[in-house]
Design a protein around this ligand. Structure first.
Ligand code: F6P
Ligand code: MG
Length: 394
């Protein structure tokens, strides 16, 4: 029985919504890009085209392959039996899309395509070009006082989240690189100072729930390096994806590859950064971890006990990106003035959401703020221009 006291889920059936456009326009485009980037045999090409046709008009089909997570997905899917892709909750639709895509390209099946990431080419280009771009500005950082350096890194980590390869509108405009003060006014909720005060006291453990490769992850790594070398954190864990997800989400191997790219960068400063990260990994002050939960259709409220226990000792969890923001909020239509603290009482540790706005969901605004943002920029919720640094101590 649906809980009447909760706002409804964002639905792919919502007329005129970004959720609906995601299914009608963005998902077919993602399939087109996968077809363009990979030289698949005819069987996979045909299956990809058939999948595209299913999304456009047919009922949503169960997973038909042998893999450990199939029963779980099909159990979730059973509640939408007979529905089309345009009649279901948005978050389920998106996550199931990525899982089905892996099915179609035989990612889990023994053979030539097993483990072949359909988004590898796009991710590789993003990772390399963002390291190159960073090489030209990195030397501006070490000269800054620690407090200012922290702010520059935190804000760069926020704006790095614009680098989202699943969104063709945002990705074209995303600049990445070192944050500048000129963009500070675009941070709608800015708890930088509170976050700095929390960290500067020194924390035994800090976690990141990571998002995309490229600038997003590069600045997570740079921030982790800063926190460890300042003694603001004794140990840091980066929680990464175990399989391809939302095109650009960083998998464990992408993070390792990024460290190697830094070590081989043209800038000496970046080489040093890569070297320090390597040492931290060896000394296990820095951990790269993954868990199947991160690529499921479940909300953070449904986090399994073992993960809650793992995050509980963290003095702060940095929750990156738009999709993770949606998962924090159950992907529901909360009034924008809702306090995030009131929704996220379940979260096992203090957290800060670092998210650029790319989906029609928002909490923590002041009365009247939605209306003035709407008047200023009708696309403010989806164009990735604005962001939040939203600290919650549940
Ligand atoms: O959440 C809205 C959205 O446009 C998704 O459809 C998209 O894939 C996602 O943003 C990616 O954002 P992020 O990488 O920040 O989670
Ligand atoms: Mg992402």
């Amino acid at each position: 029985m649906p809980d009447q006291s909760l706002p409804p889920f964002l639905m792919t059936s919502d007329p005129g919504s970004f959720a609906r456009a995601t299914i009608l326009e963005r998902k077919p485009q993602i399939i087109r890009q996968v077809l363009a980037d990979n030289i698949y045999p005819l069987g996979i090409v045909a299956a990809l085209k058939d999948f595209r046709a299913e999304i456009a008009s047919r009922t949503i089909q169960p997973l038909a392959e042998s893999a450990p997570d199939v029963a779980d997905w099909n159990r979730e899917l059973a509640q939408y039996a007979g529905k089309t892709w345009l009649e279901i909750p948005w978050y389920f639709a998106e996550t199931y899309f990525y899982r089905r895509l892996l099915n179609v390209v035989r990612y889990f099946q023994p053979g030539e395509w097993q483990g072949a990431d359909p988004f590898q080419k796009q991710k590789q280009i993003q990772m390399e070009s963002d390291v190159q771009r960073l090489a030209s500005t990195w030397d501006q950082l070490p000269v800054l006082e620690p407090e200012t350096r922290f702010e520059a890194l935190l804000h760069s980590s926020l704006w790095g989240n614009r680098a989202d390869l699943s969104n063709f509108t945002v990705r074209v405009k995303a600049r990445g690189g070192l944050a500048t003060a000129t963009e500070r006014h675009l941070i709608l909720i800015n708890h930088t100072e509170q976050v700095r005060n929390l960290l500067a006291g020194g924390l035994p453990r800090v976690d990141f729930i990571c998002d995309n490769v490229g600038s997003d992850l590069l600045f997570d790594l740079a921030l982790a390096d800063f926190l460890l070398s300042q003694g603001w954190a004794q140990a840091i864990q980066l929680n990464l994806k175990n399989q391809p997800f939302f095109v650009s989400d960083a998998m464990l191997e992408d993070a390792l590859h990024t460290v190697n790219l830094l070590k081989a960068a043209s800038s000496l400063g970046l080489q040093d950064l890569g070297g320090r990260l390597d040492e931290d990994l060896t000394a296990e002050r820095l951990l790269f971890a993954t868990d199947p939960f991160w690529t499921t259709s479940r909300m953070f409220r449904q986090m399994p006990v073992h993960l809650r226990q793992e995050l509980a000792p963290a003095g702060l969890v940095l929750v990156k990106g738009d999709v993770n923001y949606r998962r924090l909020l159950d992907d529901r239509r909360w009034p924008h003035t809702t306090r995030m603290e009131d929704v996220c009482t379940y979260f096992p540790a203090p957290f800060v959401a670092l998210r650029t706005l790319k989906g029609e969901i928002m909490v923590g605004l002041k009365v009247g703020q939605t209306e003035s943002l709407q008047a200023e920029d009708p696309d403010w919720m989806i164009n990735g221009k604005r962001g939040v640094i939203q600290l919650v101590i549940p």
